[in-house]
Design a protein around this ligand. Sequence first.
Ligand SMILES: Nc1ncnc2c1ncn2[C@@H]1O[C@H](COP(=O)(O)OP(=O)(O)OP(=O)(O)O)[C@@H](O)[C@H]1O
Ligand SMILES: [Mg+2]
Length: 344
Amino acid sequence: MRNSFVGLDIGYDSIKVIELKRDKAGLVATNCVIEPIEYDDVKNYSEEKVAEAIARALKNPSIKGSSVVVSLSGQSVFTRFIKFPTLDRSKIDQIVQFEAQQQVPFPIDDVIWDYQLLGDWATIDDIDEASVALVASKKEVITGLLENFESLKMDIEYIDIAPFALCNCIKFNEPALDGCTLVLDIGAKSTDMLVMEKDTVWLRNIPIGGIAMTQAVQKEFKVTFKEAEFLKKKYSVILCGDGPMVGESPERLRISRALTATMTRLLAEISRSIGYYRSHSEGGRIKQIVLVGGGSNIENIGTFLEHKFNVGVKKLDTMHNLEYRNGMAEFIAKKNTCLDVLLD
Ligand SMILES: Nc1ncnc2c1ncn2[C@@H]1O[C@H](COP(=O)(O)OP(=O)(O)OP(=O)(O)O)[C@@H](O)[C@H]1O
Ligand SMILES: [Mg+2]
């Protein structure tokens, strides 16, 4: 069995790389690199800048492997969960092929798609319904990715998608989580919402995240995107609660106003999606919320969500089951981030 892996998360805002080793103590994180993608504004965001950031991250001397597991952002892929009466296994391929042609919103020849049967293959004949996760990505996204790695002389072991990797990461790090859990990965371009319940997961990518918050700050302060990004991170707060905002600086009040407006739009989408999930999947009530992603660093975001959903909110704790070496724990604490999606 291999005992060393490199995982690479291609986010919209940054490239995150983690090197993991398996030793007697269990899984150990030996190195990590976070490489920002350079852009002053979404208007001049480019694939070249993404490729440069990937190259910088992987050429970092601390990362030694020659093959990587790549996770793609939820917004670069199309996912659907399909259920159908279980037939014999040899027919499943055919059925999913038919479903892919029906459901993928692009010509099927222009995408690369695959599926995973959810649940336990061993008992599939004993249950009434097969449940399948279908994933598709435009061919140009995958070929662009492969070209990048060819020039870096690195092999891609396999490509995963961030929300599925996050789901595995949560199961690994938070095995005690019980009941229907809403996971929110508030990234830059979008927010991945996952509803995890028993052995199933349901997900949706919502195109509202840190960029939309920066744009709201930009509008509030009438500054450039870059200046707004700086102000957002400096004052990063959602003021909530019942009391008057006595003693708050004007900047914090204005940032809070901009972030609250964006979060309210995001929450409307999340509530709508939960309603859809519950009516279509006969899902249970959300018992708790787990937060991940750069947007989860906003001061008070947990309290804000607690008020709205009336359930407990916590940040994902990746320090539980994973040992960190080479000062990584301090690095992660300093960056106030967790390398959530890489522990696949
Ligand atoms: N302290 C903070 N307050 C508010 N926003 C923050 C803070 N720190 C980071 N962010 C925002 O988080 C976002 C980046 O988060 P993350 O690294 O999870 O995104 P990503 O994975 O690169 O993007 P995506 O998931 O959309 O592909 C940026 O928009 C950034 O401005
Ligand atoms: Mg992300």
